[in-house]
Ligand binder design. Structure first.
Ligand SMILES: *Cc1c(COP(=O)(O)O)cnc(C)c1O
Length: 365
């Protein structure tokens, strides 16, 4: 069957998986994005044929012709999500349907074939099923899932490709903040923007990251952990970090985040934080925040806390803001109360310790 909402996956277990002892050693200290599981999922697409050849097999290199379209014109998208070990021995995912929907939206923006959402979800189930021993049971650990898709057609002409390869790999990761939550410092880049109106800012594509790396390097040169991007038109308003959305907490109790203008990635953590904050009785407002206001409100004390959020680090306090003419800190550079309480609520739901009133947690087995 091809092109439909259901595909049969051919399952070929890895004939030489990592030995249990070695796996345990790797899981003891996986870091981020360096350790990988034994398997991967691949699904092919061709115009006129639809989606076909869905497989779960040994994780292995992808042979590629040098004229493969993605290597030249960067038609590529990805997702990032985590599978958690539940207290009762099961495995859970957090809002996987939202990742599936966003993956399809990203594909649309990049003129790529859209993987049916049920097939995306099935691919996750299959990989976790076969690699379930790789889901960390350690406190704060998770199995990071990386679905991605690229133009696999061998063709140098400039047009949307007619063939795509969808791949899913997985990587066990430890707690992002192993030694406790530490506020990050951010660099306000005077030179670079990340995404412009009408561009690809709201698509989760590798190209956005490629465009952001020179600014990330600049941030590191200035001793900052991350870069914060201002809008590309006026260079005044805060868009987001290189890979995280941003929130501002004020002394009147309101929480503000920049609106989704098309240049900002619609984070699932962002959406979850807005929902949880509202359910906790807080007023959440989507409105532009200028860098000047950020600086003035931090100085006056009106701005109490600022944090960034995304799947990898969940919620990260922003302690220091540096720019070419100086720097300032928020809340003395310490993690704030609202930040930490939202973080705890979200992490507890994700790890199955908190009550999931929104039906966000999907149990796999
Ligand atoms: C993935 C991503 C985020 C965070 O999205 P989540 O769904 O919360 O993980 C934010 N900004 C950018 C640019 C991203 O790529």
């Amino acid at each position: 069957m091809s092109g439909g909402d259901k595909l049969d996956f051919e399952i070929r277990p890895n004939p030489s998986p990592v030995a249990a002892v070695e796996r345990a050693a790797l899981l003891a200290n996986p870091g981020f994005g360096r350790v990988f599981t034994d398997h991967m999922v691949t699904i092919r697409y061709a115009d006129g044929k639809g989606w076909y050849d869905a497989r779960v097999g040994a994780r292995e290199p992808i042979p590629m012709d040098p004229a493969t379209a993605v290597l030249h014109y960067a038609q590529e998208i990805f997702e990032g999500m985590k599978a958690y070990h539940a207290a009762d021995g099961g495995v859970t995912l957090f809002r996987p349907d939202a990742n599936a929907a966003r993956f399809a939206q990203s594909a649309r923006r990049m003129a790529m074939a859209q993987l049916p959402e049920p097939v995306f979800l099935d691919s996750l189930r299959h990989l976790i099923e076969i690699d379930r021993e790789w889901v960390p049971t350690s406190d704060g650990g998770s199995l990071y899932l990386r679905p991605f898709m690229f133009a696999s057609e061998v063709f140098l002409g400039v047009r949307p490709a007619r063939e795509y390869l969808y791949v899913l790999i997985a990587s066990p990761v430890g707690s992002y903040f192993a030694g406790g939550v530490k506020p990050v410092s951010v660099w306000v880049s005077p030179h670079y923007t990340r995404a412009a109106p009408g561009g690809t800012g709201e698509a989760k594509c590798g190209g956005n990251y490629a465009a952001s790396l020179v600014a990330q390097a600049e941030a590191m040169e200035h001793d900052c952990d991350q870069v914060v991007f201002l809008d590309a038109v006026q260079r005044r308003y805060v868009d987001e970090l290189g890979g995280m959305n941003v929130f501002f907490c004020y002394d009147d109790g309101t929480i503000v985040t920049p609106p989704l203008t098309g240049a900002i990635l619609p984070g699932i953590t962002r959406d979850s934080v807005m929902t949880l904050a509202r359910q906790a009785g807080r007023e959440v407002i989507e409105r532009p925040v200028s860098f000047d206001d950020w600086r003035e409100d931090a100085a006056s004390g009106r701005l109490r806390e600022v944090f960034a959020c995304g799947t990898a680090a969940v919620i990260t306090p922003i302690g220091t803001v540096r720019f070419p003419d100086g720097e300032f800190s928020i809340a003395g550079g310490e993690p704030g109360e609202i930040t930490m309480s939202l973080r705890q609520t979200l992490v507890d739901i994700q790890h199955g310790r908190g009550e999931d009133t929104n039906g966000w947690v999907h149990r796999l087995r």
